[in-house]
Write a protein that binds this ligand. Structure first.
Ligand code: AMP
Ligand code: GLY
Length: 470
């Protein structure tokens, strides 16, 4: 996907505008997606990613910096030294720990919620109490810290039931228990500290919602917001939504389940009351707000969870489709000036297939050579990197084939390795292109789901058939 195929806004912005340096923290596919998009902004002259991955290292206009996202002192020192004009925080943990508070206190622009607003993700019980207080639709629930009380409660529940650790648990804090025995075992393991440590010292037990999931992300300035296009994640490890929960094995945008009517309901019944509720609580929400939603058969959206940052892998298709200047939007959000901003997405659909290392989300090997990155030449395809690293000390041999550019020195370095993303006329077309590109890639132990986007594709064919009939 070249800059030309995803028209940017270079020509739309005055040439005289002072350009800024920009810092992104994190090292996943989301951060590569964000870096790819902001590097195309006419407002930016340099993009740093701390610590980044091989994809950000090789991305034109982007440079990696060896600082971890939780090392706030080092990030602040770097931002001051390099006169960084905007920092975008990728992952949730630093947000929940108050990184934006630190940047703000230092007078540095940083997009994300303050610590107390980030509790929408950092504490499931905070989020559930908040949703209840402001009558925002969500699953019925109870909060527990005592195993006996939780086990009593389980006697009167319908199954399956959902058990969630209150705190951040890196995707391992949600268990859908099929029956009472499994639920009791999970409650004991979470509250006993053996499943997710301290994050499980308080738990939420909630009703299992039925429907189709969608992700809905907005950028907010505390009062106003601008919604992104809808998207859909695929969280289970294996085809047919089977296997353990992962960070996300693929995503597409738009999510056809989010029709225009559903979109409006999400804005009116979820996003607007959430932002006004957070204001009423004295914690106006600034930054990216991600609502994980369940849409039922009647098109009613309910909140499954909030995240206080962009989704991974949803960001990859979203950044591929975004035509507006993300930097302009972030700067407006930080200044509380989103009211007059608009946002535009490419009318085409985008789909990302995550390529993972065998064993993920459990144990997996690292350091496998990735082949085929140079063979993907379709301009509507972009391979975003996640767990990758450029091989150190690799010497370019003089007899190397011309096509052996730097990309051929990329090694695996994580569970989710790549996010192969394609733009297409609709999700069906984007899916075909993304999987064609996946065939060109190879590393030992490579695996991926083969059904990313199938739900969206089914909805598209239903619409096509009904148009044909009418
Ligand atoms: P979370 O980390 O809260 O997004 O949960 C991970 C996944 O568990 C979600 O993407 C859903 O697939 C599933 N899940 C969580 N809560 C519920 C619920 N109340 N009903 C049905 N599925 C749920
Ligand atoms: N894709 C799910 C998440 O970012 O939490």
């Amino acid at each position: 996907m070249s800059a030309d195929t995803t028209p940017g806004t270079r020509s739309a912005v005055k040439k005289t505008a002072k350009k800024i340096s920009l810092l992104i923290t994190g090292s996943g596919g989301r951060e590569h997606g964000l870096a790819f998009r902001v590097a195309r902004s006419p407002l930016v002259d340099r993009v740093y990613v701390a610590p980044g991955n091989a994809g950000t290292a090789l991305e034109p206009g982007v440079e990696n910096v060896d600082i971890q996202p939780m090392d706030f002192d080092a990030l602040l020192a770097f931002a001051r030294e390099q006169q960084v004009g905007l920092t975008i925080i990728g992952p949730e943990m630093p947000l929940v720990a108050g990184v934006v508070d630190r940047f703000q206190a230092a007078g540095l622009a940083c997009i994300g919620p303050l610590r107390l607003a980030a509790r929408l993700e950092g504490s499931k019980s905070f989020a559930k109490h908040f949703l209840e207080k402001y009558h925002i639709p969500t699953a019925a629930y109870q909060v527990f810290t005592q195993p006996n009380e939780a086990i009593d409660y389980l006697q009167h529940q319908q199954y399956p039931v959902v058990i969630k650790a209150d705190g951040l648990a890196a995707g391992k804090g949600v268990v859908i228990a099929a029956d009472r025995a499994e639920a009791e075992g999970t409650v004991k393991a979470m509250l006993g500290g053996t499943l997710v440590g301290d994050a499980g010292s308080r738990i939420v037990i909630e009703e299992f919602l039925v429907g189709e999931e969608a992700s809905f992300i907005v950028i907010a300035d505390g009062v106003n917001y601008v919604p992104f296009a809808s998207s859909q994640d695929h969280k289970a490890a294996f085809d047919g939504d089977r296997g353990p929960n992962t960070g996300g094995m693929g995503a597409c945008s738009p999510a056809p389940v989010v029709t225009d009517a559903v979109h409006q309901r999400i804005l009116d019944e979820i996003i607007s009351p959430t932002l006004s509720g957070m204001r009423a609580e004295g914690h106006p929400y600034t930054g990216f707000l991600y609502a994980g939603l369940m849409i039922d058969a009647e098109g009613m959206p309910r909140v499954i969870e909030f995240n206080c940052r962009c989704g991974d892998p949803e960001t990859q298709p979203l950044m591929s489709r975004m035509k507006s200047d993300l930097v302009q939007l972030c700067l407006a959000a930080v200044k509380g000036e989103l009211a007059n901003q608009t946002i535009e997405f490419d009318r085409r659909a985008a789909l990302t297939v995550v390529i993972a290392a065998e064993g993920y989300p459990g144990n997996y090997d690292k350091g496998k050579m990735i082949e085929g990155l140079d063979d993907i030449i379709d301009e509507t395809v972009k391979v975003f990197h996640a767990g990758t690293v450029v091989k150190k000390n690799s010497v370019k041999k003089s007899n190397m084939k011309k096509s052996s550019t730097e990309k051929s020195r990329v090694l695996t370095n994580g569970g989710r390795v790549l996010g192969v993303t394609a733009l297409g006329d609709n999700v069906t077309d984007a899916q075909r292109k993304a999987y064609a590109a996946v065939q060109k890639l190879k590393f030992s132990g490579m695996r991926y789901r083969t059904d990313i986007g199938d739900r969206a594709v089914r909805r598209e064919s239903l619409v096509e058939n009904s148009v044909a009939i009418s």
